[in-house]
Design a protein around this ligand. Structure first.
Ligand SMILES: CC(C)(COP(=O)(O)OP(=O)(O)OC[C@H]1O[C@@H](n2cnc3c(N)ncnc32)[C@H](O)[C@@H]1OP(=O)(O)O)[C@@H](O)C(=O)NCCC(=O)NCCS
Length: 253
């Protein structure tokens, strides 16, 4: 199981994934203009068009870096140039490798938040990852009532005040990682499944209306990419080995 103490060292020279491995890369999205430009060069035309549609420059730059990095990371595993990678999209927008690129059955998922991105890469297991910036004061908003299941709301309310924020982000990131692993986005009703959330309890999918075997089909893990962030990953199957690394670029001031 994932420990909060697992470090995120810089760039190993590995690109070998075993069938039980999931590699998680953490990267900054705030780069120097020259670095941004070279990542832009690797994007496909549809990605450049999407980048142009962002009104705010920061959002545009973050999208370019997130996609450019994704291409760089995947190219390391696929052993082809970043600009030769082709993506296709699931019915609800989940990106995957197009068959023209799919040299090996590689799965991946991305999440980004406030200048940071996490990338999960696995060989033949479906994965979903979620990264959230921790916002103090979130418990004063009625978000849990809107997005969590009745079981989760009740559990959250039963906790002492000082544990509620941690439990809230446990719940949010685990739920989001699960729906991203399934690739159906918000077409999965957020109250149709329960996750564990109490601090100290193992991350688990406790129930899903998708079927009795659904809980045993997925493993959930917490990740700890930084002080102000919460993150979780959902992986198909069991006995998963998760390794976490920093992508080695120097962020801008
Ligand atoms: C789109 C969605 C998959 C994630 O959105 P998000 O949380 O805003 O964003 P994240 O940064 O975690 O993930 C975005 C990335 O997921 C990937 N993605 C897009 N659609 C996806 C899908 N259907 N399934 C999995 N991954 C998807 C993309 O790579 C995307 O990055 P890109 O747009 O730069 O290509 C979807 O789950 C959503 O709209 N969630 C709403 C959030 C919410 O209400 N959560 C409540 C949780 S309790």
């Amino acid at each position: 199981m994932m420990s909060h103490l697992i470090p995120w060292p810089f760039e190993p020279n590995t690109s070998i994934l075993g069938s039980n491995d999931v590699h998680v890369w953490c990267a900054s999205l705030d780069l120097k203009p020259s670095q941004l430009e070279s990542l832009y060069e690797t994007l496909a035309e549809d990605e450049r068009a999407r980048a142009r549609r962002y009104h705010a420059q920061k959002d545009r730059d973050h999208f370019i870096v997130a996609r450019g990095r994704l291409r760089e990371i995947l190219s390391r595993y696929l052993k082809i140039s970043a600009n030769k990678i082709h993506f296709c999209y699931g019915a609800y927008g989940k990106p995957a490798l197009a068959s023209s690129t799919d040299r090996q059955p590689l799965h991946f998922n991305i999440s980004h938040s406030h200048g940071m991105a996490l990338y999960a890469i696995s060989l033949d297991r479906e994965v979903g990852i979620d990264l959230e910036r921790v916002r103090p004061g979130v418990m004063k908003e009625n978000i849990a009532q809107l997005f969590f299941s009745p079981y989760e709301v009740e559990k959250l309310r039963s906790l002492p005040d000082d544990l509620q924020q941690k439990a809230f982000f446990n719940c949010w990131s685990r739920k989001e990682a699960y729906i991203k692993a399934r690739g159906e986005g918000l077409h999965i009703k957020l109250d149709s499944f329960d996750v564990s959330l109490c601090p100290g309890e193992p991350p688990t999918l406790l129930r899903s209306s998708a079927g009795p075997d659904e809980s045993s089909r997925w493993s959930l893990y917490d990740l700890n990419p930084g002080k102000d962030y919460a993150a979780a990953i959902a992986v198909e199957g069991h006995d998963i080995r998760i390794k976490c690394w920093q992508w080695g670029e120097t962020p801008t001031g």
